[in-house]
Design a protein around this ligand. Structure first.
Ligand SMILES: NC(=O)c1ccc[n+]([C@@H]2O[C@H](COP(=O)([O-])OP(=O)(O)OC[C@H]3O[C@@H](n4cnc5c(N)ncnc54)[C@H](OP(=O)(O)O)[C@@H]3O)[C@@H](O)[C@H]2O)c1
Length: 227
C-alpha cells in the first residue's frame, strides 16, 4: 500500500477529480467528508471509475486526517478556516497539507470571477496559520479544471506549486506529475500562492465568456524546470 492521501472535502468535483487521477496512478486515497456515509458513497463511485485495483475508501474528515499524513484540502473558501480549526487536533505531526482553496468572491455572495482580499495574503497562508506548527503547507492545483480531472482524457495544463518547505513541495510536484498531461512547476515560496489563487478567477472569467475549461501552460523554462 502506498502512503495514503486524505482528500478533505473530497466529495466535491475538485476532490473527486484528484482522487480519480491519483487512484488510477496507484495511490491510496481516503475521501474525507463531514458525513462518513457521503464519503463512503463517493469513494465507491471513484473506485468503480478507477478500476478494481484502485484503493479508495471514505471517512469523516477528522478520521481521514488521523489516517494519513498527506492531506489535500478541497473545500470552498467559506468553509476552510472553520474546518481547519475543527481538524487541528486530528492532524498528525509532520503532515503535509496541500491547499487548493481559491478565495472566490462568490464565497461571500460576490462574483465567481473575482477573488477576496485575504489578510494573510492568500487562502494558503491562512491555512498555514491554522494548522499545527510542524505541518507543512503547500499551495497547488488551483488552476486545474475539476471537470477535466473527472474525465478520462489527459489534461493540457501546468500545476504551480508554492511552499516554504522544499521537501513538501517536491512531494506535491511528484503527485501533480502523476496526472496525465500535467507538468508541475516550482512556484517558489508560499506567499506566491496569492498570485496563483487569483489566476483561477481569471480562468473562470475565460470559461464564462468562451464556454470552456481553461488551464495554464508556462513556457520558456529549461527542461529541468518541468520535471
Ligand atoms: N471546481 C474546480 O474546478 C476547482 C479547481 C481548482 C480549485 N478549486 C478549489 O477547490 C475547492 C473545492 O472546489 P469544489 O468545486 O470541489 O467545491 P465544492 O463542491 O463547493 O465543495 C467541496 C466539498 O467541500 C465540502 N464543504 C462544502 N462546504 C463546506 C463547509 N462550509 N465546511 C466544510 N466542508 C464543506 C463538501 O463536502 P461534504 O459536504 O461531503 O463535507 C463539498 O462536497 C474550492 O476552494 C475551489 O475554489 C476548484
Amino acid at each position: 500500500m502506498t502512503r495514503p492521501i486524505a482528500i478533505l472535502g473530497g466529495t466535491g468535483p475538485a476532490g473527486t477529480g484528484l482522487a480519480l487521477r491519483w487512484a488510477r496512478a496507484g495511490e491510496t486515497i481516503i475521501i474525507g467528508s463531514r458525513d462518513s456515509a457521503r464519503a463512503q458513497q463517493t469513494a465507491a463511485a471513484i473506485q468503480q471509475k478507477a478500476g478494481p485495483q484502485s484503493q479508495v475508501s471514505g471517512m469523516e474528515n477528522s478520521a481521514a486526517c488521523a489516517a494519513a499524513d498527506i492531506l489535500m484540502l478541497t473545500v470552498p473558501f467559506e468553509g476552510q478556516a472553520t474546518l481547519l480549526k475543527q481538524l487541528k487536533p486530528s492532524i498528525t505531526e509532520g503532515s503535509i497539507l496541500i491547499d487548493a482553496t481559491v478565495p472566490l468572491a462568490a464565497s461571500l455572495g460576490g462574483r465567481a470571477s473575482r477573488t477576496l482580499g485575504i489578510w494573510q495574503g492568500s487562502a494558503a497562508q491562512q491555512a498555514a496559520e491554522l494548522v499545527p506548527k510542524e505541518v507543512s503547507v503547500v499551495s497547488a492545483f488551483h488552476n486545474v479544471s475539476a471537470e477535466l480531472l473527472n474525465g478520462d482524457a489527459p489534461l493540457d495544463c501546468d500545476v504551480i506549486v508554492c511552499s516554504d518547505d522544499p521537501d513538501a513541495a517536491q512531494l506535491t510536484r511528484e503527485l501533480a506529475a502523476k496526472i496525465p498531461g500535467v507538468r508541475a512547476i516550482d512556484g517558489g515560496k508560499l506567499e506566491n500562492a496569492r498570485i496563483v489563487e487569483q489566476i483561477t478567477a481569471l480562468l473562470i472569467g475565460f470559461n464564462i465568456r468562451h464556454k470552456g475549461h481553461a488551464g495554464i501552460r508556462i513556457t520558456g523554462l529549461p527542461p529541468q524546470a518541468y520535471r
